[in-house]
Write a protein that binds this ligand. Sequence first.
Ligand code: GLT
Ligand code: MN
Ligand code: MN
Length: 404
Amino acid sequence: MSDPFQPTRADKFTFGLWTVGNVGRDPFGEPTRPPLSAPHLVEKLAGLGAYGVNLHDNDLVPAGARAAERDRLVREFTQALADHGLAVPMATTNLFSDPAFKDGAFTSADARVRAYALQKTMLSMDLGHELGAQTYVFWGGREGTEVEASSKLLDALSWFRDSLNFLAEYSESQGYGYRFALEPKPNEPRGDLFFPTAGSMLGFIATLGRPERFGVNPEFAHETMAGLNFTHAVAQVIDAGKLFHIDLNDQKMGRFDQDLRFGAENLKAAFFLVKLLEDSGYDGPRHFDAHALRTEDEGGVWAFARGCMRTYLILKDKARQFHEDPDIQAALAAYRVEDEELAGLTRKFSPENAQTLKARTFDREMLGQRGPGLEQLDQLTAELLLGVRGGLSTRSRPGVEVTT
Ligand code: GLT
Ligand code: MN
Ligand code: MN
């Protein structure tokens, strides 16, 4: 039987060059893996069934490279993309590695650094456009502070806004048509990062010159580090029409940014995230911003990449089973109580509706006594995830035999 969880291009799985290319360096230790070339990463990802590969400018072209070197690297990369049928849906700028950005890029207190950050980003946007990217991510890795006495909080927000407005106009003037996705993170590498959560990005977007061009790139690990519920954050971003991109990985709550393989730690949370994405009709890339453990060799890197995609597809199949499971659906139907008359009264304000509602008598005690059946619903879900409800997968894919 062919593998029902073998990814295809239609699943839209993407990885960053920096993710599968991660060499296993951490703050306490040197790299444990040799660097892999971009064309090699493209070939391997395509072989595993990925749809695309994303990059920072410096993932492909080292800072300070001469024009001829840049052109050769871009040419070889473009050739590999064409040879193996991979897209570059998203590009971004490295505004965090260079010591010039040690106290911020767009929010540096040094106007020269802010100007250099703008220049570097425009050049990186040119590169992304050349490679076909339509989404441009901003992760402000150094946009933060450890020293509140620096007294720049309100200025930093203005500088950041000015920079994004400038770059959105640049994109329009060049005809690039980018959609920008802002990525929040609470801390690391700075003691405190500005814009710590998806909600703070949503609030900020409304203050920009072209808010319709900006959305959010939420990351599982980043909300989870702060003890927040990532799936709830994503729901709010979807509700606002702002899910422009998503970074999937995993993370233990309250730790450093672990960027674990998708589903490695919080399988149940990963399930409800996949279910939300699939139910919502999100059709953008499923991007894995994670990397293999530092313990691993190159074989481990590909086991990691395959694992991210397989776990997503297995959980997608579980979401289908959830929708088809009669006991779960019965428990859900019993959980919701609808009332046509009350719905008519509460849907929209009118003076009459308000008067009728104020005059209505509610049976508070009965409302308080009702058991909604959530224990039962949760246990059914747990058993579904543990594989003791339903049969083998019936995920239908072309050429896949269905086993029941
Ligand atoms: C870096 C960071 C990620 C961002 C990447 C894009 S770079 O790996 O940890 O969360 O998404 O700049
Ligand atoms: Mn990320
Ligand atoms: Mn991360």
